[in-house]
Design a protein around this ligand. Structure first.
Ligand SMILES: C[S@@+](CC[C@H](N)C(=O)[O-])C[C@H]1O[C@@H](n2cnc3c(N)ncnc32)[C@H](O)[C@@H]1O
Length: 243
């Protein structure tokens, strides 16, 4: 997280803000040991991001092998406020590059799935419609995806695209219309263009459903607070050395 984005608070503002978070149940007696170690400005920055987080839109990548592309998708997903990213690896392991992610993965919940069938069925069981990005026949333009339901967008391998199995299991196929000579976008560019469109539209369509529930917020905020601590201090709390 970029701390220069945190706005300095006066002592009164900080006190009022802490009281507000206690009233909302995000700061409790149980996690006092953690939040007392974090400056209020940082708590506020995490709180503001938390309140814009969504699980209404998610991303699934299939066989994206280049670590730079893996990382760029994570960074883009985080920047657009997604909480979850689903990953099915291809030939290469899932090893995002820290210089490209800018630690975006620290704030995300990354779900690695063993194969594309498990991933798509898992998403559908969670209530998502899965739309595969596809360059072949039978697609609708990105802008026409109906976002009245939670939606997962699937992106494929740099060379072979999404698999036939994925196309068969998905609920729909979409394309980002192209006007030039090249036949496709880079995967991370395609993900960025698509997420910009669907997050803008879904935020308006879904209303409160777009945002996290209070229970989800509590869980994620607690994790973010722990993750923001110095790793040695975190370990001491986790092992009960500090309590
Ligand atoms: C370089 S493309 C793969 C090209 C591959 N030859 C194919 O036919 O799918 C990598 C990924 O980027 C996404 N992509 C690229 N261009 C796209 C477009 N115009 N519309 C939707 N997705 C696109 C898709 O997820 C695709 O699997």
């Amino acid at each position: 997280m970029e701390d220069h984005l945190a706005v300095k608070m006066s002592a009164e503002e900080a006190k009022a803000f802490i009281e507000k978070l206690k009233a909302e149940g995000l700061l409790t007696e149980e996690n006092r040991i953690v939040w007392e170690m974090i400056v209020p400005e940082r708590l506020k920055r995490m709180y503001d991001v938390l309140n814009r987080r969504t699980r209404y839109i998610t991303v699934l990548t299939e066989g994206v092998d280049d670590p730079h592309n893996q990382s760029a998708v994570l960074r883009t997903a985080e920047a657009f406020g997604l909480q979850d990213v689903f990953v099915v690896t291809g030939k290469a392991p899932f090893r995002p590059n820290k210089f490209v992610t800018r630690n975006a993965d620290k704030w995300l919940t990354v779900h690695q799935k063993p194969d594309i069938e498990t991933a798509i069925k898992d998403l559908q069981a969670r209530g998502y419609q899965v739309f595969a990005s596809y360059l072949g026949e039978g697609t609708i333009p990105l802008q026409e995806i109906d976002l009245s339901k939670p939606t997962a967008l699937l992106f494929g391998n740099e060379h072979s695209g999404v698999s036939e199995e994925a196309i068969r299991l998905a609920d729909g196929k979409f394309i980002i219309p192209m006007q030039g000579f090249v036949q496709s976008f880079n995967i991370s560019v395609a993900a960025a263009l698509s997420l910009y469109d669907v997050t803008e539209r879904a935020r308006k369509i879904a209303g409160e459903r777009y945002y996290l529930t209070l229970e989800e917020k509590k869980e994620i905020y607690e994790k973010w607070m722990m993750d923001t601590l110095n790793p040695r201090v975190r370990k001491m709390i986790e092992t009960g050395v500090i309590s």
